[in-house]
Design a protein around this ligand. Structure first.
Ligand SMILES: [Zn+2]
Length: 417
């Protein structure tokens, strides 16, 4: 399926006459995207007066700032060609981003010409992608045939419908899931630092999710799709510069979107209840533990407490709570405002619902602040999220934590299958 030798050449030929302004005429304006290596921009222009300045401007759609590249090796003259290569190995961007660019030119007589803005999607053209979409939901895949793609897309749509119906959340902006046909193919699309342990990566700010799903790994893949879609939809609904959600709420919602709690999580939860070893909800508001067993329990508790909250308080209160978090309100203040309890109060109600009277002990091995957001060098500001932990994780910060969480959720085994 991989077509290593295939390089996508995307050409845009602009009608020269339409771009003439003053004395400068653009005769060719092209780009050539070669994921994951580079994008080459080329311009040819002519003028009766020598063209002596050419500048390329480009930006990632969604980012405010644009980049300015004066073409330093330009040979001024009545007919010029200019070329600039964006080395994507130095500045990683995931497939699916939209790039906008335009050229600015000037001749010795002082005439200027700015080309129209061109926008294109930076695709991973090494594969022939199929595409299904509905409203803001997009799924791209290339392996497993129409049947697998349809099944994965149906899962995406039904997970979104579940979130809409049960907590009132919808995808406000496009969310694209790129399903790579194997763990290895996925890793060929990630930056170096993210390759080692990752079964998938979500760039929430950009609404992009990359997951490796082989046909034999479909069941895991369907859960992963629902889980990551939930993180993206929640991110769109609650994103603000002041603060995020408690981790138990973000993860609990994502696990809820996957479907009923899996038996192994139920077993882990029951055992912790029996042994009086539940992790406190306060501890689960921050980063999840690195220890695989404790991480597993953290997910089990998160879906349990979320399910309790939904049952006890109902859809309207839960969606109201999420909207309050959009204001960047402190966790306890948000819970107090909407549910009338703080973290410990909610925990006490949840414990009662579980039918146990336990005093939660702080989890050992907690490493506060480990999954900090450390933007990658080429994607500053993007919220890369670990496929399994959901908390903002800089790609360069993936490592032991991600490994522990992947092991905890069986993702490494599953995704390598
Ligand atoms: Zn998650």
């Amino acid at each position: 399926m991989r077509r290593a030798l295939l390089i996508a050449i995307l050409l845009l030929l602009l009608a020269p006459a339409a771009l003439a302004q003053g004395d400068i005429t653009v005769t060719q304006n092209t780009y050539q995207a070669d994921f994951p290596l580079k994008i080459v921009f080329r311009l040819a222009a002519s003028s009766s007066s020598p063209i002596n300045q050419v500048t390329l401007r480009y930006r990632i759609v969604g980012d405010v700032a644009s980049n300015k590249v004066p073409i330093a090796d330009l040979s001024p003259g009545p007919a010029i060609t200019a070329e600039w290569t964006w080395d994507m190995r130095k500045a990683y961007y995931p497939p699916g981003i939209e790039v906008e660019y335009w050229w600015e030119t000037q001749n010795e007589a002082g005439s200027e010409l700015k080309t129209e803005h061109v926008t294109f999607v930076y695709e991973d053209s090494r594969y022939t992608w199929s595409h299904l979409s509905q409203d803001n939901l997009h799924l791209y895949w290339y392996r497993g045939g129409q049947e697998l793609g349809q099944e994965l897309f149906d899962q995406m749509v039904s997970a979104a419908a579940k979130l809409q119906q049960d907590v009132g959340l919808t995808a406000l902006k496009p969310i694209k899931i790129y399903v790579y046909g194997s763990y290895e193919d996925l890793h060929g699309a990630l930056e170096e630092q993210a390759k080692e342990w990752t079964g998938g990566v979500s760039f929430s700010k950009r609404g992009l999710i990359l997951i490796g799903i082989s046909p034999s790994n479909k069941d895991w893949g369907k859960r992963a799709i629902a889980h990551e879609l939930s993180h993206s939809i929640v991110h769109q609904a609650t994103d603000n510069p002041l603060g995020g959600l408690p981790t138990w709420l973000d993860e609990g919602l994502a696990m809820y979107a996957e479907g009923p709690m899996e038996p192994e999580y139920k077993a882990v939860l029951d055992e912790a209840i029996r042994n009086n070893q539940l992790i406190s909800l306060r501890a689960l508001s921050a980063s999840f533990p690195t220890d695989p067993g404790q991480a597993h329990l953290s997910y089990a508790e998160s879906i349990s407490v979320f399910s309790f909250m939904l049952e006890r308080y109902g859809k309207d209160k839960v969606s109201q709570l999420l909207l309050v978090f959009k204001r960047g309100v402190h966790y306890d203040d948000a819970l107090q405002e909407v549910l009338g309890v703080n973290t410990e109060g909610l925990e006490a109600q949840w414990h009662q619902w579980l039918g146990v009277s336990v005093s939660a002990t702080p989890v050992s091995g907690q490493t506060p602040g480990v999954p900090v957001h450390t933007p990658g060098p080429g994607d500053s500001g993007s919220s890369a999220r670990c496929l399994c932990c959901g908390a903002p994780v800089g790609l360069v910060a993936l490592g032991a934590l991600a490994l522990a969480l992947l092991l905890a959720r069986g993702l490494l085994v599953a995704s390598a299958a």
